[in-house]
Design a binder for this molecule. Sequence first.
Ligand SMILES: Cc1cc2nc3c(=O)[nH]c(=O)nc-3n(C[C@H](O)[C@H](O)[C@H](O)COP(=O)(O)OP(=O)(O)OC[C@H]3O[C@@H](n4cnc5c(N)ncnc54)[C@H](O)[C@@H]3O)c2cc1C
Length: 378
Amino acid sequence: MLERRLFTADHEMFRDTVRRFIAAEITPHHERWEEQGYVDRELWARAGEAGLLCLTMPEEYGGAGADRLYSTIMIEEAARAGVSGPGFTLHSEIVAPYLLRYGTEEQKKRYLPRFAAGRMIGAIAMTEPGAGSDLQAIRTSARRDGDHYVINGSKTYITNGWNCDLVVVVAKTDPALGAKGTSLILVEAGTEGFRKGKRLKKLGLKAQDTSELFFDDVRVPAANLLGREGEGFVYLMQELPWERLIIAIRSVANAEAAIEWTLDYTRNRKAFGKTVFDFQTTRFKLAELKTEVQVGRVFVDRCIEASLEGRLDPATAAMAKCWCTDMHCRVIDECVQLHGGSGFMLEYPITRAYADARVQRIFGGTNEIMKEVISRTL
Ligand SMILES: Cc1cc2nc3c(=O)[nH]c(=O)nc-3n(C[C@H](O)[C@H](O)[C@H](O)COP(=O)(O)OP(=O)(O)OC[C@H]3O[C@@H](n4cnc5c(N)ncnc54)[C@H](O)[C@@H]3O)c2cc1C
């Protein structure tokens, strides 16, 4: 296999720490969390204590001031272990960076240290019952009223929505201006009029809480505006390449794990007097899958490098998201097949991974939207 060249010895030491944390604190509880539909809050505090949250945030705000290779390791190790419950990536890699990049000093000091300590959980609410891919069509409004904004509307499919303490709400501050009238506003859990709906029952990611959120005349101080009024859409677009690369990183790592699980299974499973692995059809299939994953790995590593240099463009990130998630689903589907009936039983990691993988092609912008983004550069 081509050697990966991204990581230093320090990164690999960190990888060991993450593996140990997952094995001790996450894997033993994951099935229970899948049944209850959310991860215990204590896990967040433990991850905070272990220094595994908000890795790339500066030390002055409680982070580790680390590079995105540390974030990459967190994403890869969770995918490798097949633990999809903790919504750490959204919290640390998506919500916290919005606060850092666009927040006032006061907002950063108020929220980031608590985010890093796992004492506050973050969410971002863009999608609404009537608007997902077409974000410009959102209807949630934030009307200025003196020193306050008054928010009305509803959001759905929000990761960490049920557990969250702070939500970045995407709302129209000037509906007549469309995208240019969109702003980001911070709403804390417990604010009057802000209600969390039910935890949604999902095909996969069963331990991850995904919820509806309702805003009925929610009054928040004008100081809760994140960045400048009317620039919300621009901010959202700027963060997308990294957010999409995260999904691609997860897909490649989970596809690699799926091949390992399948090798293990087929080497032990006997049929017609030999192991399933001994059939040439099995070996050829696994050889094809391994090739696909390796191609994805090299492309994604190159994208990570570009991201570290601040040069990952939207179309390339969209290619990574689209191709790697399609590949991920193809690989997992074939791996399920090679498991026979066991591949349909939830006690096997491949089965849970099959259910978890499907959403990779849907969230973070659907793969059809990725093709829109790519085709604009043709
Ligand atoms: C588990 C999960 C977690 C999520 N977490 C969050 C979160 O934390 N925060 C958040 O805001 N959202 C979240 N989402 C929402 C997610 O981002 C949206 O579901 C996604 O962007 C698609 O939007 P939609 O569901 O409205 O589908 P639609 O936009 O209604 O799409 C339906 C179909 O139409 C296709 N389509 C739409 N427009 C076009 C076009 N222009 N050209 C071609 N085809 C098109 C789509 O590709 C899709 O196949 C989450 C979703 C899930 C399932």
